[in-house]
Design a protein around this ligand. Structure first.
Ligand code: CP
Ligand code: NVA
Length: 310
């Protein structure tokens, strides 16, 4: 019998039950005796002798180093390349690249400009493919964010998560998550820069509790978690009028004070103090961004374990 290839491309391919299992796997990786401590190997070595290839079309700090750390601690190895240094840069197709890498390594992580590149790679890959960020989504990061919220506040079900800023890859993965876990997602973005309406509509049809088009003050009220991201994603053109329009969506102490006292501030990083968030918020008591960054390692382990398991 041929083994089913388990790609981790978007959260919306998961059932609620399977997603809960994955999220719990991430918690277990961090908390249980599976792991001995920082910089030590995981006892089960679930990626022993496995190789993860990572291809980057865009820069990365957290995704690259957390995947490398995770693989090393799970007993595996990594090979990392920028797509510029590959024959991809000279016109070799992504499908041919997938066929070749499938003969060399055990799983592959791609960070792509276009989401379709991931899909095209996966269509010819006989090994699991992990989305390390595309223009459409960033599922590894949102899995980490859910893990960070839950380890400090308990299950996210029934809570209010509020997104501030333009709709982007992070917003889309949060929308996917809202279909899988029973929390309310408020999206506070200017109409001109709203999240993809098709992704919102699909989630609403699946029963997700999503409130779109809400004013910043209303959105912040009673929030349990406030999330933002850069106003200009990698590949976006920086423009002064967009920056001006986004000023009232900045996460500052005025908004934090409207939320629950223990509201958790999350940001996938890199951050731009004075733009999407003030220094007093990101460096203040409600911010959990450093634990969030650490949790990328634990969540990647959960993903790698999930991809490699039957
Ligand atoms: N949050 C995140 O994905 O960071 P990098 O771009 O540094 O990988
Ligand atoms: N939305 C950001 C996330 C960076 C991790 C970007 O795509 O640049």
């Amino acid at each position: 019998m041929t083994k089913k290839i388990k790609h981790f491309i978007d959260l919306d391919s998961f059932s609620k039950k399977d997603f809960r299992v994955l999220l719990d796997k991430c918690h277990t990786r961090k908390n249980s005796k599976i792991r001995k401590g920082n910089a030590e190997l995981d006892l089960d070595m679930c990626a022993e002798d496995k190789i993860l290839a990572m291809i980057f079309e865009k820069p990365s700090t957290r995704t690259r180093f957390s995947f490398e750390t995770a693989m090393l601690q799970l007993g595996g190895k990594t090979i990392t390349a920028s797509s510029n240094d590959m024959q991809l840069n000279r016109g070799e197709t992504i499908e041919d690249t997938a066929k070749v890498l499938s003969r060399y390594v055990d799983l592959v992580m791609l960070r792509t400009n276009e989401h379709s590149t991931l899909i095209d790679f996966a269509s010819e890959s006989s090994i699991p493919v992990i989305n390390g960020l595309s223009d459409r989504s960033h599922p590894c990061q949102v899995l980490t964010d859910l893990m960070t919220f839950e380890e400090k506040r308990g299950k996210i079900n029934g809570k209010i998560v509020t997104w501030f800023g333009p709709g982007n890859n992070m917003t889309h993965s949060w929308i996917h998550a809202a279909s899988l876990l029973d929390f309310e997602l408020r999206i506070c973005a200017p109409k001109k820069f709203s999240a993809d309406k098709k992704i919102i509509k699909k989630a609403l049809n699946e029963g997700a509790k999503i409130i779109d088009n809400i004013s910043p003050e209303k959105a912040a009220r009673h929030s349990n978690c406030i999330v933002t991201d850069t106003w200009f994603s990698m590949g976006d053109r920086e423009d002064a009028s967009k920056r001006e329009m986004l000023k009232s969506y900045q996460v500052n102490n005025k908004l934090i004070k409207l939320a629950e006292d223990d509201v958790m501030f999350l940001h996938c990083l890199p951050a731009h103090r004075g733009e999407e968030v003030t220094a007093e918020v990101i460096d203040g008591p409600n911010s959990h961004v450093w634990d969030e960054a650490e949790n990328r390692v634990h969540a990647q382990k959960g993903i790698i374990d999930w991809c490699l398991s039957d």
